[in-house]
Design a protein around this ligand. Structure first.
Ligand SMILES: Nc1ncnc2c1ncn2[C@@H]1O[C@H](COP(=O)(O)OP(=O)(O)OP(=O)(O)O)[C@@H](O)[C@H]1O
Ligand SMILES: CC(C)(CO)[C@@H](O)C(=O)[O-]
Ligand code: BAL
Length: 282
């Protein structure tokens, strides 16, 4: 696997793939790779002839006071994992390579509606930063297909809308959440948890499962969500949100069947997100 840090050699390598008629599958990440990321690489291998991964801790999607500086940067370990997973090319640019005029001067991409509320409500500007860098990566790599995790369900919805609205010729593939044996969704930020918080963390998934079971059995939505929030607080979380939405993140109506429970909750300074699909009864 080659690692490239600059744009001109990236373009050359991609041109060569295209000359050979190879289908390019992209896996964008912020690094510190775990089995969730490697599931994206495995899906990309199934969907493309060559897999291009990116590692870039994108400052444009971090708010003031968030963990941009603390975010784990583990390039050597990540390279070894990508190589073993069969990735063909890694693009790992410096911040100045993608944003040569600095963040304030950067042209931005904004995806309204689907970016609002949920994580977009708690992290103002976050999805503009994601949509901007993903647009940039799509322009640089021009992939045939790109894989994103369903753990970041709102992010996936934002990227799907971006691709639709801008008529980008990229197939966006969502990959199911990879979990630890105790149910906790794998996430680089799990590494921030101390032993006690790590033992508490699976309560987020357990709460979503209990809510799903209650709602699929015909329980009322508002009391079920109140109960879920109470469970999270009792476990030691400070919840940011716990919501039921339809699969496109619109409001649930009497005709909605396929729905999603989405949650973000803090354990100390660490913000965890998770979601679960469910089928509402008729
Ligand atoms: N447990 C997981 N299962 C499936 N996909 C995942 C999982 N964790 C992350 N991903 C996906 O990997 C891609 C890169 O995500 P990122 O590098 O931010 O990792 P992360 O572990 O989610 O980190 P963070 O803690 O910052 O949220 C995204 O598309 C994300 O949805
Ligand atoms: C899609 C992404 C790589 C854009 O920076 C990031 O938001 C992530 O890792 O999910
Ligand atoms: N996993 C999404 C990237 C972020 O939280 O900034």
């Amino acid at each position: 696997m080659r690692t490239l840090r600059e744009i001109p050699p990236l373009r050359e390598a991609l041109d060569e793939f295209r000359r050979r008629g190879q289908r390019i599958a992209l896996v964008p990440t912020m690094g510190n790779l775990h089995d969730g990321h490697l599931a994206l690489v495995a899906e990309a291998r199934r969907r493309g002839d060559v897999v291009v991964a990116t590692i870039f801790v994108n400052p444009l999607q971090f708010g003031a006071g968030e963990d941009l500086d603390a975010y784990p940067r583990t390039l050597a370990e990540d390279q070894a994992k990508l190589e073993a997973a069969g990735c063909d090319l890694l693009f790992a640019p410096e911040t100045t390579t993608l944003y040569p005029r600095g963040l304030a001067a950067q042209t931005r991409v904004c995806v309204p509606e689907v970016s609002e509320g949920l994580c977009g409500g708690d992290r103002p500007g976050h999805f503009d930063g994601v949509a901007t860098v993903v647009s940039m990566l799509f322009n640089l790599v021009q992939p045939d297909v790109a894989c994103f995790g369903e753990k970041d369900y709102q992010q996936l919805a934002v990227i799907r809308r971006l691709v639709t609205d801008l008529h980008l010729p990229v197939e966006v593939v969502g990959v199911p959440i990879v979990r630890a044996a105790d149910g906790l969704a794998l996430s680089s930020r799990n590494g921030y948890l101390d032993a006690e918080q790590r033992a508490t963390a699976p309560a987020l998934y357990r709460t979503l499962c209990a809510l799903r079971d209650a709602l699929e059995a015909g329980g009322e939505v508002a009391p079920a969500l109140d109960d879920g929030l109470a469970r999270l607080r009792a476990a030691g979380f400070a919840p940011d949100y716990l919501e039921l939405r339809d699969a496109e993140l619109g409001p649930v109506t009497t005709t909605t069947r396929d729905a999603f429970l989405l949650a973000a909750a803090r354990l100390g300074p660490t913000r965890l997100i998770d979601n679960l699909s469910l089928t509402l009864p008729r």
